[in-house]
Design a protein around this ligand. Structure first.
Ligand SMILES: [Fe+2]
Length: 444
């Protein structure tokens, strides 16, 4: 093949690092928004189009700093892995733990314990970044992280601790990791498995850490020069969710089978009044079955699984059959009953178009549809204040506009989801389709 879809259009990498301080703003940036809107995605420095897989590209972090009603700066910086350091002609940062992986970190960017980290699954350590997004060092959380971390830790809103599932292709187990508010790992539990699946995300409830054990397995025997991505759809493995009591051991896991499928991202989970676990997910019918370059196996739907820890079949419901991904919600309600969720609509190949807002009580969905060629990236909810009601706040989202081949950040009033944006901040260059990001507020 000569053209790789993940190297064309707005999947293509942008060239070099950039800083801009004179940003055009339409509307009014809310004064309450003091912090950074960060996101990250692949921005490969030297990809081979024949074999490039979207998940493997070198990371680039994008950040928009808001303060005092102003958009102070936009920055984009490479995550300085081995190939990036060579490309830029700069020294490698310290702390690389897995030479074979090249130290690529490209999937999420978070604030925790006063630091900013770019993070990834499958082995590489988190990359500590400065407030202005320069790579500092690979971090093992002060010598407490056994190996790699994850791109999707969940912050318990009551304790401030991060809960995570890590995996590695050399392991036949998953590792439950709890990171304290001091930024150090306080607990790990290894849960044995029969194979080595790709496990992208996790979820928590009041009493459980939820493990996803889905049929995308490490199959080095199926790798080839033409197809070096080593994970393959393996439906005979089955699909299940593990309920690990948060203070329990591997022997305490309750496994619940679901129909074979793949889930990158739960939206949220909680326990209902009967003690059943309610888990909302973006469900892919399969994954990495036919396409060796990216996640492109038919549109993912928004589904609800209800799991009774006492046993019995999992109840699987479809909430919305439109293709959608990047599920987010008000993160003050992680692990708790919640009403509103937000997603970006996608086709099979993760190109997003509309934003969708779900009212899970009324079971209704609103879609924000802009003109043809405008694509939303993952929506991030920011509450108006610490004690504001759910959905009382803003949706912040990067948008790509194909017509002008450029990007903007939209600030939407979450309760007026389809209305005029409160502010639109034009960025100096496009932001490629990528993975995840977060609002990282300034310290109080
Ligand atoms: Fe993800």
């Amino acid at each position: 093949m000569t053209e790789n879809p993940y190297l064309t259009g707005n999947f293509a990498p942008v060239d070099g690092e950039l800083t801009a301080t004179d940003l055009e703003v339409r509307g009014h940036v809310p004064e309450e928004l003091e912090g950074r809107l960060l996101r990250i995605g692949p921005n490969p420095v030297a990809p081979n189009p024949a074999i490039y897989h979207w998940f493997s590209g070198n990371g680039m972090v994008h950040g928009l700093r808001l303060r005092g009603g102003r958009a102070e700066w936009y920055r984009r910086r490479y995550v300085r892995d081995t190939a990036v350091a060579e490309h830029l002609g700069v020294p490698q940062v310290e702390g690389l733990n897995d030479e074979m992986l090249g130290g690529v970190v490209n999937t999420n960017v978070i604030g925790h314990a006063g630091k900013t980290y770019a993070i990834v699954e499958a082995g590489s350590r988190p990359m500590e970044l400065t407030d202005e997004l320069e790579s500092v060092r690979y971090s093992d959380f002060g010598g407490t992280l056994p190996r790699g971390f994850t791109a999707h830790p969940k912050r318990d809103p009551d304790t401030g601790e991060l809960h995570a599932t890590a995996y590695h292709f050399e392991w036949q187990h998953l590792q439950y990791i709890v990171v304290g508010t001091d930024g150090r790992v306080r607990k790990t539990v290894d849960v044995p498995l029969q194979a080595s699946p790709m496990v992208h995300d996790c979820s928590i409830t009041k009493n459980y850490h939820l493990l996803l054990d889905m049929p995308v397995l490490f199959k080095p025997e199926e790798m080839s020069e033409d197809s070096p991505f080593p994970y393959r759809w393996s439906p005979d493995y089955g699909a299940r969710v593990g309920l690990l009591p948060r203070e329990g051991t591997a022997d305490d896991v309750i496994w619940a089978e679901v129909e074979p499928c793949y889930v990158f991202h739960p939206m949220n989970s909680y326990e209902d009044s009967d003690g059943r676990v309610v888990m909302d997910v973006c469900r892919h019918p399969k994954m990495f079955a036919t396409d060796a370059h990216g996640p492109n196996e038919g549109p993912p739907t928004f589904d609800r699984w209800i799991i009774d820890p006492k046993g019995g079949p999992v109840k699987e419901e479809r909430i919305d059959d439109a293709g959608q991904e990047f599920p987010r919600h008000d993160e003050r309600l992680i692990g708790k009953p919640y009403r509103y969720g937000y997603t970006a609509s996608v086709g099979g190949d993760f190109v997003s178009g509309q934003l969708r807002k779900h009212d899970l009580h009324k079971r209704t969905t609103e879609a924000r549809v802009e003109r043809e060629g405008r694509s939303f990236l993952e929506p991030v909810f920011v509450p108006r204040s610490e004690d504001a009601a759910e959905d009382d706040g803003w949706i912040l989202a990067y948008v790509y506009d194909r017509e002008r081949n450029g990007s903007e950040v939209l600030i939407l009033n979450a309760s007026d989801f389809t209305g005029e944006p409160e502010a639109v901040i034009t960025l100096p260059e496009r932001v490629p389709f990528g993975f995840h990001g977060n609002w990282v507020p300034d310290p109080a």
